[in-house]
Ligand binder design. Sequence first.
Ligand SMILES: Nc1ncnc2c1ncn2[C@@H]1O[C@H](COP(=O)(O)OP(=O)(O)OP(=O)(O)O)[C@@H](O)[C@H]1O
Length: 255
Amino acid sequence: MNHLLTVENLNVIYGHGRDAVHAVKDVTFHIKPGEIFGLVGESGCGKSSLGKTIIRINAPSSGTIDYKGVDVASLKGKELKTYRQEVQMVFQDPYGSLNARMKVGSAIVDVLEVHKIGANTAERRERVTELFESVGLNKDWAWRYPHEFSGGQRQRICIARALALNPDLLVADEPVSALDVSVQAEILKLLEELRSKHNLAFLFVSHDLAVVRNLCDRVAVMYNGEIVEMGDVADVIDNPQHEYTRKLLAAVPSF
Ligand SMILES: Nc1ncnc2c1ncn2[C@@H]1O[C@H](COP(=O)(O)OP(=O)(O)OP(=O)(O)O)[C@@H](O)[C@H]1O
């Protein structure tokens, strides 16, 4: 099967000289279409830096990111716009990523307009209500403000916004870490449904091994900027080979 995303020998270094921070070290992995690929590791190990480089917030210091056979660093103009549609990001803090002064649905209408999806505002508003329903929210709630929602509902709104452009890959950076355990379970169920329905692939960034074990197909364990272990989630978590993975697992009582 062809890979959707292939990351090869990627390095991300912030700053220069003695102050340089080598956040991502020679990282190589791939994600297949419709695959949920987990990336685990403790705070500061470089997970977000890797995610941000994939969505082109950061530039690689060296190495390549290939998406559907094209080097992401070389994308310009229309091709870059298409990449920005097809690869979306969901963040840990749904409130911080919503505009407090805008009705949540209007913000999504704006996204659709920028990307010229829908013939007119009425069509775009209709699409927003469909998106709301597809993430399990009442469609009439689309015209409310962010503060009128709970944390879990806000994360559903961020997911709806990410889905607005029909992405093939969602980079989800700790998307359930700020939520209560019961709400976490509902959002994880939604992500799994979206994968089945749209063949959506995920880079699922998390520090939580229990969540990764439940949701992901394969996982990479990151430590100090490097991938130290990678494989099918059951193999890695039930039979860890690397000392650091064992340490991470030992820290979770349920394992
Ligand atoms: N913009 C930046 N400039 C300089 N150093 C940075 C920058 N962003 C991250 N770093 C450093 O790079 C390293 C990796 O950080 P990163 O945020 O990628 O890790 P993380 O695993 O996502 O951690 P967390 O879960 O706490 O966000 C850390 O040492 C961090 O301090």
